[in-house]
Design a protein around this ligand. Structure first.
Ligand code: FES
Length: 104
C-alpha cells in the first residue's frame, strides 16, 4: 500500500457550519463540512447509485441524508444507517494556517 500524505482540500473560512462543500483532492470527490465546530471529510458520492452528496442534508445531529433516494450515513464513520452493507470512506483531516488538509 502506498504511503499516505496530507493534501490541501479547502480553506477553513469556506467551511460554514452545516454547509457541505464538494472538493476534489487528487481527483477523488470529497465532501467537507463543519458541524458543531468539528470538520468531517467523507467520500463525495453515494454508495447507492453514485449521486454527488454535495446538495444533501443532515437529517439529524450525526446523519447525512443523500438527496437522491434518502440513504442515510453516520457522518463520523461513513456507515450506512440501515441494513445495507455500504460505507462512505472517511478521511482524517487537520487545519494548518487556515487551510484544511486531508490524509489520503
Ligand atoms: S444515490 Fe444516494 S440514495 Fe440513491
Amino acid at each position: 500500500m502506498p504511503e499516505r500524505s496530507w493534501f490541501f482540500a479547502i480553506n477553513e473560512k469556506d467551511l460554514l457550519d452545516e454547509s457541505i462543500q464538494f472538493v476534489r483532492v487528487r481527483g477523488t470527490p470529497i465532501i467537507m463540512f463543519k458541524k458543531n465546530g468539528e470538520i468531517y471529510s467523507l467520500y463525495g458520492k453515494c454508495s447507492h447509485m453514485g449521486c454527488r452528496l454535495s446538495r444533501d442534508t443532515f437529517s439529524s445531529e450525526h446523519v447525512l441524508k443523500c438527496g437522491c433516494h434518502g440513504w442515510e450515513y453516520n457522518i463520523s464513520t461513513g456507515k450506512h444507517l440501515g441494513d445495507r452493507d455500504a460505507t462512505l470512506e472517511t478521511y482524517q483531516n487537520k487545519v494548518e494556517g487556515g487551510e484544511v488538509f486531508v490524509l489520503m
